[in-house]
Design a protein around this ligand. Structure first.
Ligand code: FES
Ligand code: FE2
Length: 356
């Protein structure tokens, strides 16, 4: 089976544009699907996403300031509220014809989700539900890497964990042989793909030994769900082998993780890779928590490096198809799902305008 490498982005969808804490500190500029955006929190505490271009003379609003009535352009002082309406023009009455594009935005579960398509189609129920951050025994960190690769290369990476034994040999992965013995159950879901993967009686990778003090082999699970267009929800963890992990993953001991990954397209060949990560019972302000966080950040840099190298290699001949082997079922389902979404939206709602 073969498939194309570079996927265009789908416009009529929600994308993670930032984390809540980023706009707590002021104005953030971000590019999503080729659109330059300004993200901010207004005086009422509401998240806002506007085009990053003042309607007056075209200056970027990211060069402006937050004021009580909205965001003030740093060039001649026009002020826009979160709906994009111009609410102040110095020395003049506000002009109703002056406005900037406001994108539908929902702040939920520490994420700023923006709808990049036709505003009338924005349906909040389509936003990925990620409730775990609200519970006590998971202490999350929220971060982002900017990746010079098509967003679906990030999704492919997450939906094929055989890379752990190679890319993450010295961090979260460990031993290629054990990864190649994993069992995988992959299914197509309504909006994407799901897989459950087990490594039974496998050596514990270095990061797991550090986090949970494993002394012998482990049973390790990876439970991943891709929700098109760009998000992957992950449960993962391990218990000492022989303790019945497959019957009960939730018993005490071992280690378990909860993650959200979202690869927001910037151009056809760049994306923002957002991730939220926690381990059960590990507080981030402890030495174990700091070490775990660093291990994960290091591991994700390993992903970034290989995916960017992949993009550079593919770009020598981007039309040349990629192959799926037997174990790529989950990757193939994910690609099917994005194609289905592209087809459903038709031309115009699928953009490759962001191509360099
Ligand atoms: S360009 Fe923004 S106020 Fe003039
Ligand atoms: Fe990885």
């Amino acid at each position: 089976m073969m498939g194309r490498a570079i996927e265009p982005a789908v416009r009529n969808s929600w994308y993670l544009a930032g984390w809540s804490h980023e706009i707590d500190d002021g104005i953030v500029g971000r590019t999503v699907l080729g659109d330059d955006l300004v993200l901010f929190r207004d005086a009422d505490g509401q998240a806002a996403v506007l085009e990053d271009r003042c309607c007056h003379r075209g200056a970027p609003l990211t060069e402006g300031d937050l004021v009580p009535s909205g965001i003030q352009c740093g060039y001649h002082g026009l002020v826009f509220d979160r709906t994009g309406a111009c609410v102040e023009i110095p020395r003049e009455e506000p002009n109703p014809a002056f406005s900037v594009r406001a994108y539908p935005v929902v702040e939920r579960q520490h994420g700023i989700w923006v709808w990049m398509g036709e505003a009338g189609l924005a349906d909040e129920s389509l936003i990925v539900d990620f409730p775990y951050p609200e519970t006590d025994d998971h202490d999350f960190f929220y971060d982002r890497y900017d990746i010079s690769a098509n967003y679906m290369f990030m999704i492919d990476n997450l939906m094929d964990l055989t890379h752990l034994g190679y890319v993450h040999r010295t961090t979260i992965g460990g031993f290629p042989d054990s990864h190649n013995k994993a069992t995988l159950t992959a299914t197509r879901t309504e909006r994407g793909a799901h897989f459950l993967r087990w490594l039974i009686d496998a050596p514990a990778p270095p990061s797991f030994v550090d986090a949970a003090g494993f002394e012998g082999n482990i049973d390790r699970w990876s439970d991943f769900e891709y929700v098109s267009p760009a998000t992957v929800l992950q449960w993962g963890g391990a218990l000492d082998t022989g303790t019945g992990a497959q019957e009960n993953r939730h018993q005490d001991g071992g280690v378990s993780f909860r993650l959200l990954h979202s690869a927001t397209p910037v151009t056809d060949r760049t994306c923002h890779y957002f991730f939220a990560v926690s381990a059960r019972g590990v507080k981030l302000d402890t030495p174990e928590g700091r070490s775990l966080r660093q291990d994960i950040l290091d591991a994700f840099l390993e992903d970034k490096a290989i995916i960017e190298a992949q993009q550079r290699a593919v770009d020598k001949d981007p039309e040349r198809p990629l192959l799926f082997r037997k174990h790529d079922e989950a990757v193939a389902y994910a690609r099917q799902a994005i194609h289905q979404l592209q087809d459903a939206q038709g031309e115009g709602a699928v953009t490759s305008e962001a191509a360099e």
